[in-house]
Write a protein that binds this ligand. Structure first.
Ligand code: MN
Length: 746
């Protein structure tokens, strides 16, 4: 922490620079917000100057330059003087001895609330960096729901930090740039702030992947001159055409941003030499009608590239972005992208939520559009209550911030916007939670499809439901939207918990009978005391923990009645009673629910990462709160998971073949990927090999591979390792099959 020094301690040159910056700030506010009161800004600046005095940025410049630059960004996006004052004070509570109370007294509750929202949570509360990051983001979003200026200041803060990132150490640069790409740029995108997003992305790109950045930059530079020359000619032609048709409008052109070019390379898996549309033209008109007129004119000049026309005017993006997009082909095979929009749409695209931001007294938005923009934040905040793991919250948020989306329709023509690669399950949950929970199948464009089908733009989706049908854990393998994922997890947790409480009660009861302890002599307070010893708050939490295998019934009984389970002279093992015991895993209902013998009521499941099947060497691991995960011994995760030896639990497959109640032999779904020649009849032959062996095929998916290679994915029901090995070698013997791989993840 820097010590405080009087204002006059600033060197003369620095204070001249600061004074100039401050005058620029005031001038910007005078132009953008002529009605606003400048005195609060003046006061906030002086306060900031005084309290950050003597502190320096990594660049060696006086610290107060940073809040000044942040305030300047806020003034430029036309935010009010309250926000600008808060911007000037944003680091005061975090980095100086100033308290939130002082800010409230001097600048009012609103400013204090905003500064408080921007201030990070005290570092010492967290075990690791990830948890801290997650909690800070969570705090920011919570504060943002009541006052969106919190996030606008965070974005301005991040923007200035990114602009001055060169002064930090390399590892800090990368971490900050990564966080910017993961959270802040997508956040700006969701709020419709295209300009801020663009700058954040390009600034972060060079630190996150310096090699790719340099390649793209060099490739763009090599084409810049020719590209600009080309665009000038396009501009002239277009200008003439607009004048000829009496359409008022202005034309902008540019070479696309480096990060957006890079994303295109990634998506299309091409090299920078293969990118055609580096060039972009924008026509900004005065009316929607003119937008469509210009659209027609452009296509009369240059033919459109198929599949690249998008009408975001009729169908705005979730962040309210509107524009017509098309890519056209000019002479010599040059492609370029055209965006057409009104001035109003342009402002919305560049500034988003900041474009027309007005406040009611409490800082909440007044326009319906702004409300709509914030609706998703409210959703996230609502969901996060169901999430206890901060990292789960962060990964959910990242999915939700992921900018790409697919537009699908209900049979009645209502648009449902989903994240890219969403499935009918996502669609079902977007309609209604109940529809999601009870969905059994789907029709896409009139055809029955599997629930894991990836939806595409324009798909018409119809969901079949059945009363009493319940969500499956498998859905988490393909559900993409955070809404669906959260609802599924929530359902599973609730139901598993109910079951676990039930099981916990039974286990405790059995243990009590075994040691002749009468449970009826304990009252609720006794249970709560035992629960508290494990750090649990309720009796149900305690019973659930026993049911999930987190604590043994015997340990718990000992807490209730100390000494009850220790026979005279007998030594109770200090280690977990489950360790070193050999347990048998056998089939109960459905391949998802396995049980450990001896602890037959424990929740046991096959680990998602390796999906072990009967016959493979396996090992059990008591997870935190989810029961026992059974991994294949060669699963790469096992080494990472098993560092806590007392959570390890030996398991083995039961000797008898597993059967369900009706005597059917248990099978395990296994995902096989076949790489083979792309020739007629290949699929038929593959299928024949599998079904000749009496194997059930659950699903088939073909993908075009590279060149003459085809990739076929099968989900087959295998009985055990021997069956699977036989199947794989059968497939390998087939002429034209190059390789068969078992995908461990279903
Ligand atoms: Mn800051």
């Amino acid at each position: 922490m820097a010590t405080l020094r009087p204002v006059t301690a600033q060197p003369a040159a620095a204070s001249t620079l600061l004074e100039e910056k401050f005058q620029t700030l005031l001038a910007t506010v005078r132009v953008n917000r002529p009605q606003d009161d400048l005195s609060i800004i003046q006061k906030a600046y002086e306060f900031s100057l005084q309290h950050h005095a003597g502190q320096q940025r990594a660049s060696g410049e006086p610290y107060v330059l940073h809040p000044l630059e942040v305030a300047q960004v806020l003034a430029e996006i036309k935010l009010d003087s309250t926000a600008i004052a808060a911007g000037l004070l944003h680091d005061a509570v975090e980095d100086t001895p100033v308290t939130s109370q002082e800010i409230a007294t001097l600048f009012g509750e609103q400013v204090a609330h905003i500064v408080n929202g921007v201030t990070k949570i005290d570092k010492i509360q967290f075990a690791n960096r990830e948890d801290r990051q997650a909690e800070n983001v969570r705090k920011m979003l919570l504060a943002m729901v009541t006052d969106v200026r919190v996030v606008l200041i965070k974005l301005a803060d991040r923007l200035h930090n990114m602009r001055t990132l060169q002064h930090l150490a390399a590892d800090r640069q990368e971490a900050i740039a990564r966080e910017t790409l993961d959270i802040y740029a997508p956040l700006a995108h969701r709020l419709g702030m295209g300009k801020v997003r663009g700058e954040l992305e390009d600034l972060a790109f060079r630190y996150v992947d310096p090699i790719a950045y340099e390649q793209v930059r060099a490739a763009v530079e090599a084409r810049r001159e020719a590209g600009e020359e080309f665009l000038r000619r396009i501009d002239a032609t277009l200008h003439e055409k607009l004048t000829e048709h009496g359409i008022a409008g202005r034309i902008e052109w540019r070479i696309k941003r480096l990060y957006s070019i890079y994303q295109k390379l990634q998506d299309q898996r091409i090299t920078v030499d293969q990118v055609y549309d580096l060039l972009a033209v924008r026509v900004i008109t005065t009316s929607v009608q003119d937008c469509y007129a210009v659209f027609g004119l452009i296509h009369s000049l240059w033919p459109p590239v198929p599949g690249r026309i998008k009408d975001f005017i009729a169908m705005p993006r979730p962040n309210l972005y509107q524009s017509l997009h098309t890519t056209v082909m000019a002479d010599g095979g040059h492609q370029f992208e055209v965006q057409i929009r009104t001035e109003e749409m342009h402002r919305t695209a560049e500034e988003g939520i900041a474009a027309h931001w007005k406040y009611k007294a409490g800082g909440s938005p007044v326009s319906a559009k702004d409300e709509q923009r914030l609706a998703w934040v409210r959703q996230i905040v609502e969901w996060q209550r169901e999430m206890t793991d901060p990292n789960e919250f962060l990964s959910t948020l990242k999915i939700d911030l992921y900018p790409e989306e697919v537009y699908t329709f209900t049979p009645k023509g209502k648009v449902v916007v989903l994240p890219k690669d969403a499935s009918p399950v996502d669609f079902a949950y977007a309609i209604h939670t109940e529809v999601g929970n009870t969905c059994t199948g789907a029709k896409v464009n009139g055809r029955m499809v599997p629930l894991k089908t990836r939806l595409r733009n324009g798909d018409i989706v119809e969901i079949n439901t059945q009363n009493g049908h319940t969500p499956s854990r498998d859905w988490l393998n393909f559900a993409k939207s955070s809404r669906a994922r959260n609802k599924i997890k929530h359902w599973l947790n609730e139901h598993q918990r109910e079951r676990a409480i039930e099981i916990g009660r039974k286990l405790l009861d059995r243990e009590a009978r075994k040691y002749k302890v009468s449970l009826s002599k304990f009252n609720e307070a006794d249970y709560l005391r035992a629960a508290a010893e494990y750090g649990l708050g309720t009796v149900h939490d305690l019973l659930a923990a026993i049911g999930f295998g987190k604590y043994s019934a015997r340990q718990t009984l000992n807490k209730l009645a100390p000494g009850a389970t220790t026979p005279a002279g007998g030594a109770e093992a200090a280690t977990s009673p489950m360790s070193d015991a050999v347990k048998r895993v056998y089939f109960s209902k459905g391949s998802e629910s396995l049980t450990v013998e001896g602890h037959d009521e424990l929740l046991v499941y096959r680990a998602r990462c390796c999906n072990p099947i009967r016959g493979e060497e396996i090992i059990g691991y008591v997870t935190r709160g989810k029961g026992v995960a059974v991994h294949a011994r060669n699963c790469p995760n096992v080494q990472n998971l098993l560092y806590e030896a007392d959570r390890r639990i030996s398991v083995e497959w039961a000797r008898m073949p597993e059967t369900d109640g009706q005597g059917h032999r248990a099978t395990y779904p296994v995902n096989l990927t076949v790489f083979c020649d792309d020739r007629a009849g290949m699929l038929k032959e593959l299928t024949a090999v599998i079904s000749d062996d009496g194997t059930n095929i659950r699903g088939v998916d073909t993908k075009a591979g590279t060149g003459a290679e085809a990739v076929v994915e099968f989900i087959v029901d295998a009985y055990d390792v021997r069956h699977l090995t036989r199947l794989v070698s059968g497939l390998r013997r087939l002429p034209g099959v190059r390789d068969v791989q078992r995908q461990q993840k279903l």
